[in-house]
Structures are given as structure tokens and as C-alpha cells.
Design a protein around this ligand. Structure first.
Ligand code: PLP
Length: 451
């Protein structure tokens, strides 16, 4: 415990936060040392070693400093093309001016609600979500992270149906708090935790509509009550896995048949990423509950939402309207960012940009995969959610590392180390796409020679 040290260290960093000039070399080196030490001693030493591309490139001490559009700069002044897009949190790129302006205006007036009066922006965002989501989804509940939105979806489904089982997908990723983790489709993060959600959770292969139908039928026959079926429209962390076209429509029909709620986790696919505003729009399916997060705050503020119909939301309003709450969820600052984000996405029709740019990018990466079949297994995805699947995790690391050396940032996925996603901001320019592709071709060529 040392209050004096904490006081002077925080003052020192406040000066750095507020400084307008770019750090000179001496200051930059000091910042790198401090960042390294602080991560190693007080945050998570493993992170320093685990960041794949950066570690393999031998430059794991890179410290980011500022960003604009699809480019960011590290503290030494090196520039990177962002092909990672914060794992889907930066659809609008770094520091989108319209979102930043809205947030600055709001922060000066009232960033947090009183908690007693009615705060206008929460209602505005609820209305906007009703306007832009499919079907008759109408009521929203807000938090900060994707996993909180999934937790809320689980609770809402249980509350409404009075049932407790869920059907989810192998390799699914829905977040890491206990409820969401229970719905995850990979052992790595589940197994060390032992007993998870108390109700039944059944995992079926993603994209296999027959397996979902069969599981629903079995549960019905043996008297296990299913509250919801939860899927990502296109699996993100698993490596941009697109299901067959019959999957979502058949799952919609089957869930209706058995009176089970259909929950779409649009945390990564939502808001234009895959070339439609929502992932489920590719198949014209309206889910009963839809979870949004990541880019909802425009890459400026964390905010997540779960949106559902009036009928399903009723038990969240009566008899106890505080059935599920969080103090800072839907705060005015986060809502101002989300309102600006929705405005920009609709105004600039960013899903169309994702569709066109994604088709171009995927075709070029496909060409590269055909040229280097010894490196690539396949390329998957839709819009600007593209998965490069390599034959081995080592090959994936190496390609990511060579790309990093050439100033393009990507990352391996958490659930599939063999897969490296390309997920740039939707506002990425044609030049940045082409420049990234040149560097990718270079990187893959070098890795192929190493084999
Ligand atoms: N759902 C999906 C589909 C995700 O991709 C993620 C995160 O990657 C989450 C939920 C969890 O979101 P968060 O990390 O904000 O808790």
C-alpha cells in the first residue's frame, strides 16, 4: 500500500494523457518500459507472451498510441493498417469523428444518469434499436459488454418461458461470464471451471439444422424443457464460419414448432459487419431475442444491448421492473456513442461497404490460397468477416507475424489458433485494402519458402 506513490504516478500519467504532442523518442522508450513492466507485474504477464503475431515477430513490446480511420500508430511512430478491427469493435475505425463529437458533447453535460429521473438517451437508443432490428423486436436492455448481453438474453428466455435448457453450437463463442461460458462450444475455457450453468445445455454441430431439429424433438420426447436456442448467425471466433443457407430458416421453423425462443448472438456479426445490417438478414430470419455489442459504441464507448419483443420482455417489466439491472448499463455517454454510431451506419450504408469490400478482399485472399495450397486450407466468411484457415497453427502464427513485421495487424482466433481472421473497419479505403493485400502476398510467400 502506498498512497503517495499512487498519487504522483497517476498525476504523471494524467499529464501524458493530456499532452497534445506525439511522444519524443526518450519519452516513447520510457512509456514502452512502463507498459511492459506494468503488464508483467500488475496486469497479466501471460498476455505479453501470448499475443501471437506480435510475439512471433519478435516485437512484443509494441505499444499502441493513437489511431484514425483504419490506421493506428505505435508510440515509436510506426504505422499499422488495422485488419483486426478490435475483433469487431471498430467497425467505424479508430476515433470516428461523428462519434467522438457526440461523446465529447455529452460528457460535458451528463455522462452518467442520476438513477432516479428519466434519462432521455436510454429511451432514444431503445427506440432506434426497435427501428433497426428485424421483426417486431421492440424493447432493449443495455450493458457494456457482449457477455452481459448474452447473460441478459439467457435470463430473459428463462423468465419468459419458465424453462431452463438451451441448445447451442460446437465452437460457439458467447463470452466468458458464467452463463455465457456455459453456452460456449469449446473445452479450453469451460473445462477448468468445472460445474457451470445448472440447467441442461446441449451442443450441436453449427450449421446442422437436422441436428437442432433432432435435439428439440428428443428434449420434447423425454420431457426436458428448452428455453432457447442460441447461435451466432455466422460463427466469429471459430473462424468466420458461414452456415448452409437452410440452417437459420429451418431453426426458426423448428423453434416455433416446439415453443422455444430463438436467440441470435449478433455481438460480432451485427451492425453491418457481414454485408447486411444483421447476420440473420442474410436468411430473412427474425429471432425472438437479439444481442448486440462491440461496435455499437462506434469504437469509442463500450455498450451492449439485448433486444426482444414486448411479449417476451413483459416479465422484465412486471411485477418487478428491476428484475435484471446494472448501475452503469445504458449510461448517457455510452448511449450518445451508440446513437451517433447508428446514425453513421445508416447514413453511410456501411453494410453495403462491407459487402462490396468484403467480396473483393475475399476473392483476392482466395486467389492467394490457391497459389499457396501448402499454406492455406481454405478461406471462409461473408462481408468483412473473413477467416483464413491454415494447415497448422504454426503456419497461422508465422503469416500473422510476417504481416505484423510489414505493418498489418491481424490476430489468431481464441477458439481456433489455426485460423486468422481479417476483420478491418468497414470504413477501410480501397488503397488500404490493396496495400494490405500486397503485404499479405509478401508474407505468405516468405512463409511458403520457410516450409
Ligand atoms: N458473442 C460473440 C459472438 C462474440 O464474438 C463475443 C466476443 O468476442 C462475445 C459474445 C462476448 O463479448 P465481450 O467480449 O464484449 O464480452
Amino acid at each position: 500500500m502506498n498512497y503517495d506513490t499512487a498519487l504522483s504516478y497517476s498525476s504523471q500519467w494524467l499529464d501524458i494523457i493530456k499532452q497534445e504532442n506525439f511522444p519524443d523518442e526518450t519519452q516513447a522508450k520510457w512509456i514502452i518500459e512502463e507498459s511492459k513492466n506494468n503488464f508483467a507485474e500488475h496486469f497479466n504477464r501471460g498476455w505479453l507472451e501470448y499475443r501471437k503475431s506480435v510475439t512471433e515477430a519478435g516485437d512484443w513490446a509494441s505499444v499502441e498510441w493513437s489511431g484514425k480511420g483504419s490506421m493506428f500508430t505505435d508510440v515509436m511512430g510506426r504505422k499499422y493498417i488495422d485488419w483486426l478491427g478490435g475483433f469487431g469493435a471498430l467497425d467505424l475505425g479508430w476515433c470516428h469523428p461523428d462519434v467522438v463529437d457526440a461523446v465529447i458533447a455529452q460528457v460535458k453535460r451528463s455522462p452518467m444518469p442520476s438513477q432516479e429521473l428519466i434519462d432521455p438517451l436510454r429511451g432514444v437508443l431503445g427506440k432506434l434499436m426497435a427501428d433497426i432490428t428485424p421483426g417486431d423486436l421492440k424493447y432493449s436492455w443495455f450493458a457494456a459488454s457482449g457477455t452481459e448481453a448474452i447473460e441478459a438474453a439467457i435470463k430473459i428466455a428463462k423468465l419468459y418461458t419458465g424453462k431452463s435448457a438451451f441448445i447451442v453450437a460446437v465452437k460457439a463463442f458467447h463470452g466468458k461470464t458464467m452463463g455465457s461460458l456455459s453456452m460456449m462450444g469449446k473445452a479450453d475455457f469451460r473445462q477448468p471451471m468445472g460445474l457451470l450453468y445448472g440447467g441442461n445445455v446441449y451442443h450441436v454441430p453449427f450449421g446442422d439444422a437436422g441436428a437442432v431439429e433432432q435435439q428439440l424433438e428428443i428434449c420434447d420426447n423425454v420431457g426436458i424443457d428448452v428455453a432457447g436456442v442460441l447461435f451466432e448467425p455466422i460463427q466469429g471466433e471459430a473462424g468466420a464460419i458461414v452456415p448452409p443457407d437452410d440452417f437459420w430458416p429451418r431453426v426458426r421453423t423448428a423453434t416455433r414448432k416446439y415453443g422455444v425462443l430463438l436467440i441470435a448472438d449478433e455481438v460480432q456479426t451485427g451492425l453491418g459487419r457481414t454485408g447486411r445490417l444483421w447476420g440473420v438478414d442474410h436468411w430473412d430470419v427474425a429471432p425472438d431475442i437479439l444481442a448486440t455489442a462491440k461496435s455499437l459504441g462506434g469504437g469509442v464507448m463500450p455498450i451492449s444491448a439485448v433486444t426482444t419483443t414486448e411479449e417476451i420482455f413483459k416479465p422484465m417489466m412486471y411485477p418487478n421492473p428491476f428484475m435484471h439491472t446494472t448501475t452503469t448499463g445504458g449510461n448517457a455517454l455510452a448511449c450518445s456513442a451508440a446513437i451517433a454510431t447508428i446514425n453513421v451506419i445508416l447514413r453511410d450504408r456501411l453494410w453495403e461497404a462491407a459487402s462490396t469490400k468484403g467480396a473483393y478482399l475475399k476473392e483476392k485472399v482466395d486467389d492467394l490460397a490457391q497459389e499457396f495450397p501448402q499454406v492455406y486450407k481454405e478461406v471462409t466468411g461473408k462481408g468483412l468477416l473473413i477467416g483464413q484457415h491454415f494447415h497448422t497453427p504454426e503456419l497461422g502464427y508465422k503469416v500473422a507475424a510476417e504481416l505484423f513485421k510489414r505493418g498489418v495487424v491481424v490476430a489468431g482466433t481464441l477458439n481456433s489458433a489455426q485460423t486468422v481472421r481479417i476483420e478491418p473497419p468497414l470504413i477501410i479505403s480501397q488503397e488500404e485494402i490493396d496495400e494490405g493485400l500486397n503485404r499479405l502476398a509478401d508474407a505468405v510467400g516468405v512463409v511458403a519458402k520457410m516450409m
